[in-house]
Design a protein around this ligand. Sequence first.
Ligand SMILES: NC(=O)c1ccc[n+]([C@@H]2O[C@H](COP(=O)([O-])OP(=O)(O)OC[C@H]3O[C@@H](n4cnc5c(N)ncnc54)[C@H](O)[C@@H]3O)[C@@H](O)[C@H]2O)c1
Length: 266
Amino acid sequence: MAWPHLIDAIQLSGRVALVTGAGAGLGQAIARELAALGAQVAVLDVDAQAGARTAQALPQAMALGCNVAEAEHVQHAVAQVLQRWGQLDVVVNCAGVASAPGMPFTQCSPADWQRTLNINLMGAVHVCGAARDALLASPAGRVVNVSSITGVISAPYMPAYSVSKAALISLTKVLARELAPHGVTANAVCPGFIWTPMWDALGQTMAAREGHNDGRAVFDQRIQTHVPMQRPQTEGDVAHCVAFLCGQAARHITGQVIGVDGGVTI
Ligand SMILES: NC(=O)c1ccc[n+]([C@@H]2O[C@H](COP(=O)([O-])OP(=O)(O)OC[C@H]3O[C@@H](n4cnc5c(N)ncnc54)[C@H](O)[C@@H]3O)[C@@H](O)[C@H]2O)c1
C-alpha cells in the first residue's frame, strides 16, 4: 500500500489556520511554523500591535486584535477569517496567562480564578465554538490546545493556572470524541519550561518572593531540579510538535496529550 512520505504529509498548503496568542512566545513560533509549511495564518492576540508585528513577518497572514475571553469578540474574529479566506481548517489555542501565585490556594481571590479560567479555558471554548462549523466543513479539521505540564501534574504555586490547564486537557478529549466521526482531530500539547515573556514575568515574581531579583536564576534552577533532560525546551520544539499535529500525517492522532517537556512528566 502506498502512502505519502512524511515530508509531503506535513505540508499545509491550501489550509487556513487561526493561532491565538500569536503576538509573542509560543503562539508566535507556532504561527511562523504553520506559515513555513504553507498555511495562511490568522494571528489573533489581545495585544493587537504584537499580533500585527507577527503577521507582517509572514507571507500570507492577517492580524486580529481580540480577547479570547470575550465570546462575541471571538465570533467576530472568526467571521473575519471566513470572510477573507472562505475556510478555516486549523485552530491552535495558545493564548494563556499565568495566574497569580497562591500558596496556600486560599490566597487566590475569586477574581484570580475567574480571570485565569476565562482566558485559559473559556478562550478555547469560545474559539472552538466559533470555528466548529468551519472545522466540520474542512477536509482536514484540526484543533490543537496548548496546555501545560501543570495540567498533567499539579502546580500548587499556581492553583488557578494548573486547574485551567487540566480543564483544557479535558476539553480536548471531549472535543476529540465529538468531532472524530467528522474527521476532525483535537489534541493537547503540554510544554514544559520555555523562556518566553510569560516566564520572564513569572520568574521575576518568584524571585521577589525568594528575596532577590534574578528571575532567570529561578527558571534555571527549575530546569536543574525538574527536567530529566537538564535543558529548557525552545519555542521551536513546541511549534514543531503542534505543526505535525496540524498536518495529514497526524490524521489518526486524536484526543492525545503530548508533553514537550524534556521528561518532566515521566
Ligand atoms: N512558557 C512556558 O514555559 C509555558 C509552559 C507551559 C505552557 N505554556 C502555555 O503556552 C501558551 C503560550 O505561553 P507563552 O509562554 O508563549 O506566553 P506569553 O505570555 O509569552 O505569550 C502569550 C500571548 O498570549 C496573548 N494573550 C494573553 N491573554 C490573551 C487573551 N485574553 N486573548 C488573546 N491573547 C491573549 C498575549 O498578549 C501574548 O502575546 C500559554 O497558554 C501558556 O500557558 C507556556
